[in-house]
Design a protein around this ligand. Sequence first.
Ligand code: MG
Length: 392
Amino acid sequence: MIESVSSPVPRVAAILLAGGTGKRAGFEQPKQLEWLGGKPVLCWSLEAFDAHPAVSGGVLVGNGDVKAAVAPLPDGWISADPGAERQDSVANALAALADWEDDAIVLVHDAARPGVGPVVIDRLLAALSHADAAIPTLPVPDTLVEQADSAAGDVMGRERLARVQTPQAFRLGALRRAHAAAAGASATDDAQLVRQSGTAVATVAGDARLHKLTYAEDMAILSGLLGTGAMMRTAVGMGYDVHRLVEGKPLWIGGIEIAHSHGLEGHSDADVGLHALTDAILGALGDGDIGDHFPPTDPQWRGAASHRFLSFAGDRIAANGGRIAHLDLTIIAEAPKIGPHRVAIRERIAEILAIPVGRVSVKATTTERLGFTGRREGISAQAVATIQLPEN
Ligand code: MG
């Protein structure tokens, strides 16, 4: 095998264009500052470039509000002021990169496309191993027609057309030459300028998640594409538990100790209510049962306080990106009376799981002296957990 002599890996910078002041589509502020999934739209792109191992820095082009929204910038990033037109903003960013070598790569990206990810960046960088410019494109799924005066004209051949996205990747030298040659002219993207300067522009497969925020309804589309919480599914789990009553043991139910002549027997503190709740949550998660995670054969759980089991189940929800919508617990006991303790049990469960008390219901019933609970031989509990989890 012959080893080839490889050239040094070029540095890669991002140019993030966030200088627009447009408020069309009914936004209260420039669209790159609109809130999407817990952060401003432009932060999605900034974080994606910062996280990519090949990208060593970048230039954020924006006004004072934009700079304040992302301060402090990640390591390797600087900012530049926007110009009157997009092309002027890119020129300002190029000036800020004056000490970068011509062989470096720049990824010019529109901050109104928050769905940039590593796959498209990798495709663009791979294309630049054999081209000086590359852009992501998608096919046109709809039939296109010419239109004039509300009348449909001839069909345009969509197989020869493509939708152009950003980021667009360039050798820095090629982009510099294109901007120098185009001074005074204007273009809606940098690939047009580069092509006009005689440099071939390669295409790579784009990504539906690079959908551009233009109109108010695009926020809902982007929420779905980026999985920002709008796409949750509801999962319901049930739990059931029984423990035997024995004389002279402390009685724990629903995370509180209740004064009584008898207590529940079990390996842990035998809190029948918290066990049923824990199993209900694990059931909603499809994550086994309490015995799988806390085997009764394991001596470390002897006498354990059951709030640890419930906390664990709550942590499993959080680890899955989910949240508790509601918990409903029913305690079935002839004695003692649970009713006087219902409020305290609700509050304790809400405290253990760090959720509002309004999301916890506690009920109690007897079995009219029938069966093992009616004979006071044991206490049982049933629980239903309703949780919300991200799709996929
Ligand atoms: Mg149990």
